[in-house]
Design a protein around this ligand. Structure first.
Ligand SMILES: [Zn+2]
Ligand SMILES: [Zn+2]
Length: 765
């Protein structure tokens, strides 16, 4: 016998009681739908149906002009937009965010009767976007009035556009014109699309104008203005804005695209957060789909590289390990040029070489293999970069001398030699690691100061004096262990520690897994069709350093190293080329979903605790965060999807004591009643649904009903819901509740069980 359950006050449509029978069918309660086949005419579910109808209309417009289907990400953005949300569009290559914004503004102006403002960073972009707007407007026969203003227009054209602004439903312009032209910034709009939010945020004045131009309650505008003018305290002002928002709906929307390079907690960001409820995220780090290979060099390093680039062809990056020095990069450049390979060294950021490489004028670039190298940081060309060659294992030399003091490198060395440390040195070892860890954030200049202080035996101030003492302690520690014959023997025999001699002094070669991950990562990027395949080849120059690289990487990524001689290189090259073609099509907006094997989905991932949410989100780079009524939701790209990760925060329902016998109705069958959890925030007392104050007198409480509502709302936005509650009996109960309560909002719900919270485990499930 199936046990029937009643959920009190949890009908997704009306908030009355609902049975598990109705929920599992994805339906509303008997009150909303007396017969299962009836149609809803009001309530939450019917609103979602309405939204889905609008989405259908929108899809039709989209398909008529684009001649293809929308990507899952685009559908997700449109749903959020129709929901009235403000948000940041963070998108991988080729997901067509400009296209979506253009069609959205046309749709909104025409059918929702709202005025749109589109702000772009450059005049050229304004020109391009407005041309597209006009083209689509015509093709779809919408008759929407569009004005565009930018500096490339002639004086006469400018006048004409300015006149049009008054009655235009869409206005497109630049960041700068918004600030400069009163004819534009005196107007009021319902929706603002801001492109390239990073450069926009640098102009706090521009944000003030946009806030003034949006259709917001005057009270909020005044407070924001006063915060900017320093007339009121930021914290007080923001809490006032939040209070106003409780009583009044914000009808205007702000859609920004792009992410910031660095999140600074500026006034502007704090104000935007409070009004629109979203945080502007950091640039996400995307996934990895790389074939990691190694090969030994039977002739010289340079000849081996020549051999490889001749075989695999154009579109390569060559990384030189730090221990070989930049001189080697220049020598290699000459050698390859002499042999007819078009290549350029890239030791400093250099626009010309970048463009030449991008356009295929040259075949590859040569740079240093460090996390800070411009070739590692500044190059994002997924359609162009096909493979990476490491001219030796990425590594650096560590010298234990005052003039070579370097906290992070010393730490990496300590990590490297850890297996050789005898018990009697363990305590000193741990202390040194702890102290050096405190110095990780020292700048280059500060480290230089410490070195000088050491050489000249000067007293320094604060953290620098501390650093000086740590350096001395480090030198003493190494001297002590290297004089111990057991340790020295263990180091020499270790398969992962490479020790060398330089003028009678010991030096260490330490492999740099961070540099390897980031440098090889250039060959594989997330785009709308999935993650491109990349190839990375390490030419082994030092076996021990390679062993150590393999070991260190093992903690982060599941990498299966392959001998280059044992793989079918032609097949790999074909796969790589296939993906490059697709990326190119995607960036031109010509790639169709049907032509991809996998593509990005949108998923809601629910775990039990907020701490776990954070841990998981961080596996996939720096997440962006959005608050829904006090519930934190993290957004990341991972596992071929846009993941929205949030927590159930433990149980979401509990037996109701008001019904029958301890919440169980006993007639002919047993029917348990479950209710949302309401708990006093002061004393922790569990409260009944209808109680508005606790026995302790407190009126503030945690209510799982709010969380359920938010989970339902997000579930209605995504392709799939994944329930990842713990694999114990409590987790199963929470998962069961979630499944039933979310079913009416999303037909695709999966249960996953992971036993440890590691990236590997999560990608697996
Ligand atoms: Zn109902
Ligand atoms: Zn209480």
């Amino acid at each position: 016998m199936e046990i029937k359950i009643i959920y009190k006050n949890l009908c997704p449509n009306c908030g009355r009681n609902i049975s598990s029978e109705r929920l599992i069918k994805g339906l509303a309660c008997e009150f909303c739908l007396p017969k299962e086949t009836d149609e809803l005419n009001s309530g939450f579910l019917s609103k979602i149906e309405e939204r889905n109808k609008k989405l259908k209309d929108f899809e039709e417009l989209f398909e008529r002009v684009i001649k293809g289907k929308m990507w899952a990400l685009q559908i997700f953005w449109v749903r959020r937009f129709l929901e009235g949300e403000s948000f940041a569009l963070i998108a991988p290559t080729g997901s067509g965010k400009t296209t979506i914004q253009i069609i959205l503004s046309l749709y909104t102006a025409k059918y929702l009767k709202k005025r749109c403002l589109i702000i772009l960073p450059t005049s050229l972009l304004v020109h391009e976007v407005s041309e597209k707007l006009k083209k689509f407007n015509e093709e779809l026969d919408l008759n929407v009035q569009i004005a565009s203003y930018h500096s490339l227009l002639s004086q006469k054209e400018k006048m004409k556009e300015i006149e049009k602004i008054d009655y235009s439903e869409i206005v497109v312009t630049t960041h700068l014109s918004v600030m400069k032209r009163e004819e534009i910034n005196r107007k009021i709009f319902d929706i603002a699309f801001i492109d390239d939010v990073d450069s926009f945020l640098k102009r706090s004045k521009a944000i003030r104008f946009v806030l003034r131009m949006l259709n917001l309650p005057e009270k909020i505008k005044n407070i924001a203005e006063n915060i900017f003018e320093n007339k009121i305290n930021q914290k007080e002002g923001i809490s006032e804005i939040l209070k106003i928002k409780e009583g009044e709906n914000i009808n205007s929307q702000l859609i920004v695209s792009g992410a910031t390079q660095k999140v600074k907690k500026t006034k502007s960001i704090a104000i935007l957060n409070s009004i629109f409820g979203f945080s502007i995220g950091l640039k996400p780090e995307f996934g990895r789909n790389i074939l990691d290979c190694f090969i030994y060099s039977e002739n010289t390093m340079k000849e081996k590289i020549l051999d490889l680039v001749k075989k695999i062809g154009s579109g390569f990056l060559i990384f030189i390990p730090m221990d070989k020095g930049s001189q080697f990069a220049l020598e290699l450049e000459n050698f390859l040029l002499e042999n007819g390979i078009k290549v350029k060294s890239f030791l400093k950021p250099d626009k010309k070489s970048f463009e030449d490489f991008k356009n295929g004028v040259i075949d590859g670039l040569i740079g240093m293999a460090t996390a800070k190298s411009p070739l590692v940081r500044g190059i994002d060309l997924p359609e162009r970069i096909r493979y990476a060659i490491f001219s030796g294992v990425p590594k650096f030399i560590v010298r234990i001398k005052v003039e070579n003091f370097h906290p992070t490198r010393w730490l990496m060395l300590l990590n490297n030699i850890q297996p050789a440390i005898k018990d009697i040195y363990k305590k000193d070892y741990e202390n040194l690691v702890t102290d050096l860890s405190k110095l990780k954030s020292l700048t280059k200049e500060q480290i230089e100061e410490v070195r000088n202080g050491l050489v000249e035996n000067k007293t320094l101030k604060g953290i620098l004096e501390f650093a000086k003492n740590v350096a001395l302690k480090g030198i003493e520690f190494f001297k002590k262990i290297m004089e111990d014959e057991d340790v020295l023997k263990a180091i020499k025999e270790s398969p992962t520690i490479s020790l060398g001699l330089e003028k009678d002094e010991y030096i260490f070669l330490v492999s740099d897994y961070v540099a390897y991950l980031q440098a090889s990562g250039r060959t594989s990027r997330l785009y709308v069709g999935g993650i491109t395949k990349g190839l990375s080849i390490v030419i082994i120059d030092e076996q021990k350093a390679f062993n150590s690289l393999k070991k260190d990487l093992g903690y982060f990524e599941e990498i299966e190293w392959k001998d280059l001689n044992e793989i079918d290189i032609q097949k790999v090259i074909e796969e790589i080329n296939e993906d490059r073609k697709k990326v190119k099509l995607a960036t031109e907006g010509k790639l169709k979903i049907e032509e991809t094997k996998i593509y990005l989905k949108t998923r809601l991932f629910i775990v039990e605790s907020p701490t776990k949410v954070k841990t998981i989100a961080r596996f996939f780079g720096k997440p962006s965060k959005k608050k829904y009524d006090g519930v934190d939701v993290y957004e990341v790209f991972g596992a071929n999807s846009l993941l929205m990760i949030t927590a159930s925060k433990g149980h979401i329902t509990d037996l109701s004591l008001n019904e029958g016998l301890f919440g169980i109705e006993v007639n002919e069958t047993f029917i348990p009643y479950f209710k949302p959890i309401k708990r006093c925030l002061n004393c922790g007392n569990e409260m009944e649904e209808e109680e508005t104050s606790c026995v302790c007198g407190n009126t503030k409480f945690y209510d799982s009903e709010i969380r359920i509502e938010i989970l339902r709302k997000i579930a209605s936005l995504v392709d799939e819901v994944i329930i990842g509650t713990d694999p114990d009996s409590e987790g199963e109960k929470i998962g069961f509740d979630l499944f039933l309560l979310l079913k009416p909002l999303n037909g695709n719900i999966k249960r996953v069980r992971f036993h440890e919270v590691t990236k590997r485990e999560i990608l697996k499930v």
